[in-house]
Design a protein around this ligand. Structure first.
Ligand SMILES: [Zn+2]
Length: 128
């Protein structure tokens, strides 16, 4: 297996995942619509249930939207040929890392450093 084959495999995974998310959110929406369409006595508990379903769906969809955005960004990076390259050091991100974290834009070392810098705020000294 070479790098190109690996990246193609990841691309397929991302595209499949994207399709799955979109199908799942369509299904959830259909379910909620049919739940709302059912004529019921306007009892408090059922209203609360519908509200909960609404809330669950919107937070679910929010998470799905975010993931689709991440997938799209990764696919765009593939199209422009920068996918799998660390944005900090410019070296290839190991395939194992990409398979586990296809949205990774940094190698493990730089990701750790970046995280420390973000957490440390402005006082953190960048190590160059
Ligand atoms: Zn790096």
């Amino acid at each position: 297996m070479n790098r190109t084959t690996d990246l193609l495999k990841i691309r397929e995974l991302l595209q499949r995942r994207r399709r799955d998310i979109l199908l799942a959110s369509q299904g959830a929406q259909r379910e909620l619509t049919s739940l709302k369409d059912q004529e019921r006595d306007p009892e408090y508990e059922e209203n609360a249930q519908a509200e909960l379903a609404d809330y669950t769906l919107s937070s679910l969809m929010e998470a799905q939207r975010r993931e689709v955005m991440l997938i799209d960004a990764a696919l765009r990076r593939m199209d422009t040929g920068v996918f799998g390259t660390c944005v900090d050091c410019g070296y290839d991100i190991p395939t194992e890392r990409l398979e586990a974290l296809p949205f990774a834009i940094r190698c493990e070392e730089d990701a750790t450093r970046h995280e420390l810098e973000v957490r440390g705020g402005h006082q953190a000294t960048p190590t160059i």
